[in-house]
Design a protein around this ligand. Structure first.
Ligand code: KG4
Ligand code: ZN
Length: 331
């Protein structure tokens, strides 16, 4: 089944084509307009999706060497995300589905992230634990069988990616913060400052990153401007190490508690190379199977949505034209 996927939940406008062979195309346009504001401006995001989405869909079809007439079904993110941005993607999807007289399915963006490694053709072994760490979410999910998810841990405050973005702001680095922190941290000492690791007591699978962010803030406040700049690599590296430690510790704990040997990683934070290496090491030490999406499949993209949609469509599921966006959708 050839599926056209559409993703417009935040500031990436993306369209992808997948079929039984895997990903045929995955075009992602990251909106640049938000950089100068230090965060996503919702109305600008919706308008940029409106301007770009049809062009991106055409590009995805062209790269896949397919025509609209080849599309057998569509999949689109209907939540969680920014309401105005989701509306653009869902409305365009409905229009195309109606025009082609083909089914479409609304997909939970979080399920899309979980399916990112599967989209690349990697065999998924059930049950598995998935750690989703993105700008908006930090979740530990237990997947016992296909399309069944149980959230077993979540952040009580900031998401991991949000912490990267906020700490980058405190350090005067740009947006999005993750890549900037990673760059600065490469030149720093991860043991320079002992930042806190929260909720580490036994059996706790929840996360909290706001205390860590506040600790960085107060640490920077004790420094004058000159030494703060000099210390930036050490602060970034020590902060990054604290986040990675917590994410690994909780993931290993979840695997143990749920008797799983397969860990799937998902979400934008998983682009971080230091984090990827640390997870690879931790899992190989314990002979655990680790699934890590390629970097372009970690951050928001339509291939993961198309793949999750294809799985559901193949089971006979589809959505009705009355489907509304769900900005606060959970798993
Ligand atoms: O999954 P995603 O594209 O969007 C959401 O669904 O939220 O994730 C974006 C998040 C941002 O917070 C960004 O700072 C973070 O992923 N991120 C990173 C890196 N690249 C992106 N965090 C740490 N290191 C990176 N290299
Ligand atoms: Zn996302």
């Amino acid at each position: 089944m050839l599926v056209l996927g559409i993703e417009t939940s935040c500031d990436e406008t993306s369209a992808a084509v997948v079929d039984e062979g895997g990903i045929l195309s995955n075009i992602i346009a990251t909106q640049q307009i938000h950089q100068k504001y230090g965060g996503v401006v919702p109305e600008f995001a919706s308008r940029a999706h409106m301007r770009q989405l049809l062009v991106i869909i055409e590009a995805a079809l062209q790269e896949a060497k397919k025509n609209l007439a080849d599309v057998q079904a569509l999949a689109v993110t209907y939540g969680p995300g920014l309401a105005g941005s989701l509306l653009v993607g869902l409305s365009v999807c409905k229009g195309i589905a109606l025009g082609l007289q083909k089914p479409f399915i609304g997909i939970n963006h979080l399920e899309g992230h979980i399916m990112a490694t599967a989209a690349k053709g990697e065999a998924v072994e059930y049950p598995f634990i998935c750690l989703v760490a993105s700008g908006g979410h930090t979740l530990l999910v237990y997947a016992e069988e296909p399309l069944q998810y149980k959230v077993i841990g979540r952040t009580l405050d900031d998401a991991a990616g949000e912490a990267f973005d906020k700490v980058a702001k405190i350090l005067g680095l740009g947006y999005p913060g993750g890549p900037q922190i990673e760059r600065a941290a490469a030149k720093g000492d991860a043991n320079a400052i002992a930042f806190p690791r929260a909720l580490m007591e036994n059996d706790n699978l929840d996360f909290s990153f706001s205390g860590l962010k506040t600790a960085v803030y107060y640490h920077v406040r004790t420094l004058d401007a000159n030494s703060a700049e000099q210390m930036t690599p050490d602060i970034a590296a020590s902060f990054q190490a604290a986040v990675i430690d917590v994410l690994i510790e909780k993931s290993l704990r979840a695997l143990e508690l749920f008797h799983c040997r397969h860990l799937v990683l998902a979400g934008g934070v998983m682009r971080n190379r230091t984090l990827r290496q640390a997870f690879q090491l931790a899992c190989s030490e314990k002979a655990l199977k680790l699934s890590l999406p390629d970097p372009e499949l970690c951050t928001d993209n339509a291939a993961m949505i198309a793949w999750a949609g294809r799985m559901r469509l193949l089971q006979g599921q589809s959505s009705s034209l009355s489907l509304d966006v769900a900005p606060n959708l959970t798993l």
